[in-house]
Design a protein around this ligand. Structure first.
Ligand SMILES: NC(=O)c1ccc[n+]([C@@H]2O[C@H](COP(=O)([O-])OP(=O)(O)OC[C@H]3O[C@@H](n4cnc5c(N)ncnc54)[C@H](O)[C@@H]3O)[C@@H](O)[C@H]2O)c1
Ligand SMILES: [Fe+2]
Length: 407
C-alpha cells in the first residue's frame, strides 16, 4: 500500500477529441488573452495546419502572431530571441503548437517573458519563480505528453547534454488534444514519438513514485498505445489508431508528470544530447536493455505491463510473463523499424564512457527507477546495446569529454 504523501498535478482544463481545437479562441478569451503568439516549428508550419489554431483565435477577436522557427530538440541558445519578440510586441498569451519540441519552447517563453531571466537560470527543480503568461498547449504528435507536464527539456550545447526545467508554473493553463492534428505525422515520427509515449506510461508504472492516481492512467495508456501504434505508423489516416495514440500519450503525460520516468530516460538523454538522436529513437533504442536490467526488481509489474499490451500471460510464472513482456517490447521496435542498437545510429563503442558520465548526472530520473544502478551497471547496459549482432562496430572518435551537468 502506498502511504506516502502524494501530490497530483495537471492542467486545470483538458479538452480532447477530433476538431476540439476549434474552441481555442473561446478558451483563450476566458484567460483574458487579447494578443496571442503561436509558437511552432518549420516542420509543423510546413503541414499547413497552423491555421487550425490561428483562425479560431482570430474569429474570437484575438490579435495573433506566428513564430514558426522553433528548433526541434530545442537548444537553449534558441530561446532568448523568441522571448524578445514576445516582449517587444506585447503578447499577453502564448500558444504552443507542435510536438514536444515546440510546446517546450513555448512553455519556457511564457515563463520567461518580462523577467529578464534566461532558460539556464531555471534548469532543475522549482527554479521558475512565478507563473508566466497564460499558456495553451496543442500537441501535433502523440508522444511527449508535454501538454500536461510541468517539464520542459532543452539541449545545453555548451555541456552537450539535455537538461530539464521542472516547475508547476510550467503546467499549461489549457491542453487541447485534437487527434486530427497528428494525422500529418510521417511514419518515423509517429513510431518514435509513439514509443516515447509508451515508455512514459511504462516508466511511470514501475516508478518508485507511482501512485493510485497514476497507475490506472499508465496501464490504460500502455493498452491504448500497444494496440494502435502499428496501425498509426503504417496507416496514418486510421482515425481509431490516431485517437488511441493521442489519448495514450495524454495519459502517459499525466502519469509520468506525477510519478516520474526512470533509467530509460536517464540513459537516453546522453544519446540525444551528445549525438542529436531524436528523443523517441534514443528511448526506444535503450528501452529493452534497461528493462532487462529492471525486470528482476519488479517481475509482477512486468507481467501486468505485458497483459496491458495484450499478451496472454495466463498460466505463466511471473518470470515467464516478464520474459514475454520483454520479448513483446523488442518485437515492437523491430516492427516499427526504429533503431535498436547504438551502432544503428552511428554511435561508436568508444563513446560509452561519455554516455555513462552523462547518465550518471541524471540523478532526478535514476532515483525513480525500481532498481538502483551503479556506474558499472550503466556501463554494462550501454555495452549490451552497443553493436547489432553481425554488424561491424562503428568507427569514430568519442565525443569531447562531457562536463558534469547541473541537475
Ligand atoms: N516536456 C515534456 O514533458 C517532454 C517529455 C518528453 C519529451 N520531451 C521533449 O520533446 C521533444 C520531442 O518531441 P516530439 O517527439 O513530439 O517531436 P518533435 O516536437 O521534436 O517533432 C519531431 C519532428 O516532427 C515534426 N512534426 C511534429 N508534428 C508533426 C505533424 N503533425 N505533422 C508533420 N510533422 C510533424 C516536427 O516538425 C519535427 O521535425 C524532445 O526535445 C524531448 O526531450 C518533452
Ligand atoms: Fe520522453
Amino acid at each position: 500500500m502506498d502511504t506516502k504523501i502524494r501530490v497530483h498535478r495537471a492542467p486545470k482544463t483538458l479538452i480532447t477529441g477530433n476538431n476540439c481545437v476549434n474552441v481555442i479562441g473561446d478558451e483563450a478569451k476566458k484567460l483574458r488573452v487579447t494578443k496571442a503568439l503561436i509558437i511552432t516549428d518549420p516542420g509543423v508550419a510546413g503541414c499547413g495546419t497552423v491555421a487550425s489554431v490561428e483562425t479560431p483565435l482570430r474569429d474570437a477577436g484575438i490579435d495573433v502572431g506566428v513564430y514558426d522557427q522553433a528548433v526541434p530538440e530545442p537548444p537553449m541558445s534558441s530561446i532568448a530571441e523568441i522571448v524578445t519578440i514576445a516582449e517587444k510586441s506585447g503578447y499577453n498569451g502564448i500558444v504552443g503548437f507542435g510536438g514536444g519540441s515546440a510546446i517546450d519552447v513555448a512553455k519556457i517563453v511564457a515563463a520567461l517573458v518580462g523577467t529578464g531571466d534566461s532558460v539556464e537560470d531555471y534548469v532543475g527543480i522549482d527554479q521558475v519563480p512565478r507563473k508566466g503568461l497564460p499558456f495553451i498547449a496543442v500537441p501535433t504528435t502523440a508522444g511527449t505528453g508535454s501538454e500536461v507536464t510541468a517539464i520542459a527539456i532543452f539541449s545545453n550545447e555548451k555541456l552537450n547534454v539535455k537538461q530539464g526545467v521542472v516547475s508547476p508554473h510550467l503546467i499549461p493553463n489549457i491542453a487541447l488534444v485534437d487527434p486530427r492534428l497528428t494525422w500529418s505525422c510521417p511514419a518515423n515520427v509517429t513510431a518514435a514519438s509513439g514509443m516515447d509515449a509508451l515508455i512514459h506510461n511504462i516508466e511511470a508504472y514501475i516508478s518508485v513514485n507511482a501512485t493510485m492516481h497514476t497507475d490506472p492512467l499508465a496501464k490504460e495508456g500502455i493498452s491504448l498505445i500497444a494496440k494502435s501504434i502499428r496501425a498509426a505508423t503504417f496507416d496514418g489516416s486510421n482515425a481509431w489508431a490516431r485517437h488511441n495514440m493521442a489519448m495514450g500519450s495524454l495519459l502517459g503525460g499525466i502519469a509520468f508528470g506525477n510519478a516520474g520516468v526512470g533509467a530509460v530516460h536517464a540513459l537516453s538523454y546522453p544519446i540525444g544530447g551528445t549525438f542529436h538522436v531524436p528523443h523517441g529513437v534514443a528511448n526506444t533504442l535503450i528501452l529493452p536493455w534497461v528493462m532487462e536490467y529492471n525486470m528482476l526488481a519488479c517481475l509482477q509489474w512486468f507481467g501486468e505491463i505485458g497483459q496491458a499490451m495484450g499478451e496472454n500471460i495466463e498460466g505463466l510464472s511471473e518470470r515467464e510473463a516478464a520474459d514475454k513482456t520483454l520479448a513483446a517490447l523488442r518485437q515492437l521496435a523491430v516492427d516499427l523499424e526504429v533503431p535498436q542498437y547504438l551502432s544503428d545510429v552511428g554511435i561508436p563503442v568508444s563513446a560509452i564512457g561519455e554516455l555513462v558520465d552523462g547518465a550518471m548526472t541524471q540523478t532526478r530520473l535514476l532515483t525513480n527507477n525500481p532498481r538502483q544502478l551503479t556506474r558499472e551497471d550503466i556501463t554494462q547496459i550501454y555495452r549490451n546495446a552497443a553493436v547489432r549482432p553481425g554488424s561491424k562496430p562503428v568507427k569514430g572518435k568519442a565525443p569531447a569529454k562531457a562536463v558534469k551537468a547541473k541537475k
